[in-house]
Design a protein. Structure first.
Ligand code: NAG
Ligand code: NAG
Ligand code: NAG
Ligand code: NAG
Ligand code: ZN
Length: 433
């Protein structure tokens, strides 16, 4: 499927005579796409410091494709994810963005719903008690909607065996003492659900667009909104003004569906013209990918991870310049922060969290509480241009992980996304197809 997908998109790419024009439009021409202006008034506080509050984190997992015919390891590993990984990371919530099941025929050519695949999914949720440990928000992907004559059909097993069990988009608010955070699901699966390969694209009709606008309005008082769905926006057909406009108040749209394009595109991240990040995560099916994301003092950060690789490390302050957006985040807090902040998790206890900036050793971050480590810094020492922060984490079993990114305290500096990723995520492929 991944290879088929890759071929389809790559052929689409080659066939598109628009490619040159579009590539220019999406960033090869030299000037970065215009970013929205900062919203007033500016909110420098609370700024990241030595407090254990104002922070939470969650996970995303996508394209699990539990199958009765192929790779039982998908289920075995999912069970370990729901127990060991969840126990160590303790996310506030988990977004499972569709293709929970594979729903293929034995020869892998056709499609059909298999109740046993759904039973396998639900029994993992139940056995691991993951729904008691965290908020598990699962939605349908195109595979979960194959061959379903109507939502009322008994074959709509999502209604019986998922955690959410409710068709359509919904709005979940994660409420904390320091703010409200909206998570809006985007259901663009087809109803009735056609068989393979006729539901590669999702559809939003006027009614669904209206519902989504209402959810967007409802979330306007929240500190942040995250939208999550199965399809990339480039594989959703939607009426004017288009799905990207409807979600323009979102800090990020988290999705799946394209897997890693058969390994060709392990990173599919971009930013909409309206400022919203679109972050596709690689699949669980073949690549065992998942993602951690965090809001630290209302600054958004995330890392794409591989299952069972430890330590897991996320630098939450200073956050990555590439994924910064002054329209959605109080970026001035970087300059007002007193501490570098890092989340670090592992199977055994963390023994060191070393911080370097521009290759120069800055110090060891100190354990604050839970997975939070902090190191005092003076951001004014880095107020010019951009800098590279590197964090090396070691645990007591000798495991080690190094992560790095570019940050900047200057708001007029921008980095550009990979033009090919932007092309894949921002082109309306159904137009090309
Ligand atoms: C969340 O928003 C509220 C209301 O605007 C604000 O008082 C609070 O400081 C925000 N939380 C954080 C962590 O910035
Ligand atoms: C979160 O939302 C509730 C209900 O709308 C509101 O009463 C509360 O003040 C909000 N909390 C924060 C910190 O903004
Ligand atoms: C900031 O820079 C000054 C001068 O280069 C140096 O003495 C000081 O230690 C630096 N402070 C921090 C927190 O890095
Ligand atoms: C930043 O740049 C200005 C002007 O180029 C210079 O005077 C100042 O020393 C620089 N500050 C730091 C912290 O490098
Ligand atoms: Zn999939």
């Amino acid at each position: 499927m991944a290879t088929g997908l890759a071929i389809r998109v790559v052929v689409g790419l080659a066939a598109a005579s628009l490619a040159a024009v579009l590539l220019e439009h999406y960033g090869l021409s030299g000037s970065p796409s215009p970013l929205p202006q900062p919203r007033a008034p500016r909110r420098p506080h609370p700024a990241p410091g030595l407090g254990a509050t104002n922070i939470f984190w969650g996970l995303q997992i996508s394209d699990i494709h539990l199958s009765r015919f192929r790779d039982p390891g998908r289920a075995v590993d999912l069970e370990k994810f729901c127990s060991e990984t969840i126990d160590i990371i303790q996310p506030a919530l988990v977004l499972a963005t569709g293709d929970l099941t594979d729903a293929k025929t034995k020869d892998m050519l056709g499609s059909m719903q298999h109740e046993v695949e759904w039973q396998a999914y639900y029994s993992i949720l139940k056995k691991t008690r993951v729904m008691e440990k965290t908020k598990w928000l699962d939605i349908k992907g195109n595979h979960d909607a194959f061959n379903i004559p109507s939502l009322e059909s008994v074959e709509n097993y999502y209604r019986k065996y998922s955690a959410v069990r409710r068709d359509g988009s919904f709005h979940y608010v994660h409420s904390t003492p320091f703010g409200n955070y909206s998570f809006i699901s985007l259901d663009a699966t087809l109803n009735p659900g056609p068989k393979r390969p006729y539901n590669f694209f999702g559809i939003l009709d006027e009614k669904r667009m209206k519902e989504l606008s209402i959810l967007a309005k409802e979330s306007s008082q929240s500190n942040h909104s995250i939208w999550f769905g199965h399809f990339t926006t480039s594989t959703i057909l939607s009426p004017s003004p288009g799905i990207r406009s409807i979600m323009s108040s979102a800090t990020a749209y988290l999705c799946g569906h394209l897997h890693t394009l058969g390994g060709l595109m392990p990173v599919l991240h971009t930013r909409h013209f309206q400022g919203t990040l679109e972050l596709e995560v690689g699949d669980w099916k073949q690549n065992r990918r998942y993602r951690i994301f965090a809001f630290d003092h209302d600054l958004f950060s995330f890392a794409d991870l591989i299952f069972d690789e430890w330590p897991v490390v996320l630098i939450t302050n200073p956050k990555s310049l590439l994924y910064s957006c002054a329209k959605h985040e109080p970026l001035e807090r970087l300059l007002h922060s007193t501490h570098i902040r890092v989340l670090a998790f592992s199977l055994s206890s963390i023994t060191s969290v070393t911080v370097k900036i521009d290759g120069v050793h800055l110090g060891q971050a100190i354990h604050l509480s839970g997975p939070i480590f902090t190191l005092k810094w003076n951001p004014r020492n880095f107020s010019n241009s951009s800098h590279k922060i590197e964090v090396i984490v070691q645990d007591s079993a000798g495991r080690s992980k190094s992560v790095h990114h570019i940050f900047s305290l200057q708001e007029d500096i921008h980095l550009r996304f990979d033009p090919l990723a932007s092309f894949i995520l921002l082109t309306d492929h159904y137009m090309v197809g």
